[in-house]
Design a protein around this ligand. Structure first.
Ligand code: NAD
Ligand code: DGY
Length: 347
């Protein structure tokens, strides 16, 4: 008889669709926790998860209806930075801490952002196609009109962990980096050699605009028609954050009408996209399947971190990374005791 039941909806995670979502964890095994898969429709999940001790959230949104139906759930854990699939307000009201893994795959996402930026700029997909179609001699003329990368401007929307890692990569390429983030001290930007800017300045001055804002209700469709119109006609728009931050209809219009030159996207408003999403047919778009974080290290770290968070709470302790600390105040979980890092002869 398992001591604890961790319930998880069947199927791939929103954010790691196609694989890399199983949860094997020594920490959970050690406390006698069993992982049980439940149907991934709201009604089926509610019926199966009623008595869950914890939830590992992935393939369906953790709605208020689901959260309110949980009778003894102590924690909801996610294997992502983004927590947009959980109704945080409902979880906080019920005193259920929600955990994420904010610092496990920053480097991967920053690499992917640079890859998309460079692929869009040096027209990788078009060049590859020309070679395969026997149009070898067309490759060079297609690039003769593009400027040199060094000296161009990269504008970051938000200056969180991923955006900072992108800035660190972009600077050695000779890019001037500016950023808009109303919640970050300007001095932090300066320490990173990045110029603080308003949203309008980022949009109008940048050759590359890279979106890194999280999907919160306040940033839903943060970029629309009026914003794409402010960008340079030659601008490349990169998004490795969340599709919901951009009004995709306006982005498509911006590409069709030539307000901007190219979009390189890892995230879309609807994932996977409908077969009739115009972006799928547009040569001015480069697309990847919400894979920016994926790597062997990510997969190993995700299992370990999610398992540890669940095991900590199930054994009565505060988790390491809680996105709704107010919920912790409503629990009887114990705070972490400070651990002495001094090393003695017996350590
Ligand atoms: N494509 C992927 O696989 C992938 C992987 C990791 C993260 N992400 C997404 O990228 C986002 C950013 O990740 P992170 O690790 O840098 O997060 P983070 O929490 O470190 O940074 C988020 C930043 O956004 C800023 N912000 C909030 N509201 C804003 C607004 N209205 N305007 C401008 N900035 C605003 C915050 O001040 C913060 O600095 C995540 O929320 C997640 O949704 C996607
Ligand atoms: O939000 C996140 O962490 C990513 O999208 C996961 O891949």
């Amino acid at each position: 008889m398992p001591k604890f039941t961790v319930v998880t909806p069947k199927g791939a995670s929103f954010t790691t669709a196609g694989g890399g979502y199983a949860l094997e964890s020594e920490a959970l095994e050690a406390i006698g926790a069993e992982i049980v898969e439940a149907p991934n429709d709201e009604a089926g999940f509610i019926a199966a998860a009623k008595n869950a001790d914890a939830i590992y959230a992935k393939s369906i949104p953790m709605t208020k209806a689901i959260i309110d139906s949980l009778e003894k759930c102590k924690v909801i854990s996610l294997g992502s930075v983004g927590v947009d699939s959980v109704d945080i307000k409902a979880a906080t009201a019920r005193g259920i801490p929600v955990t994420n893994i904010p610092d496990t795959f920053i480097e991967e996402v920053a690499d992917h952002t640079m890859m998309l930026l460079l692929a869009g700029f040096r027209r990788l997909i078009e060049q590859d196609k020309m070679v395969r179609e026997g149009r070898w001699s067309e490759g060079r003329p297609a690039l003769l009109k593009i400027p040199r990368l060094a000296g161009m401007t990269l504008g970051l929307i938000s200056f969180g962990r991923v955006a900072r890692a992108v800035a660190r990569r972009a600077q050695p390429f000779g890019l001037r980096v500016i950023a808009y983030d109303p919640f970050i001290e300007e001095t932090l930007m300066s320490e990173h050699g990045v110029l603080p800017a308003s949203l309008g300045e980022v949009l109008s001055q940048s050759d590359f605009v890279s979106m890194h804002a999280p999907a919160r209700p306040e940033v839903h469709h943060m970029l629309g028609e009026q914003h794409f119109k402010q960008m340079k006609k030659s601008a490349i728009f990169v998004n490795t954050g969340r599709g919901a931050t951009v009004d995709e209809v306006s982005l498509i219009k911006a590409l069709q009408e030539g307000w901007i030159a190219h979009a390189a996207l890892d995230v879309l408003e609807k994932e996977p996209p409908s077969h009739n999403n115009p972006l799928l047919k547009m040569e001015s778009a480069t697309l990847t399947a919400h894979v920016a974080s994926a790597s062997a290290r990510f997969d190993e770290a995700r299992k370990r971190r999610v398992g540890n968070e669940l095991a900590l709470v199930l054994s009565g302790k505060w988790p390491m990374s809680c996105v709704n600390p107010a919920a912790l105040q409503k629990t009887e979980l114990k705070r972490w005791q400070p651990v002495s890092m001094e090393r003695g002869p017996n350590s």
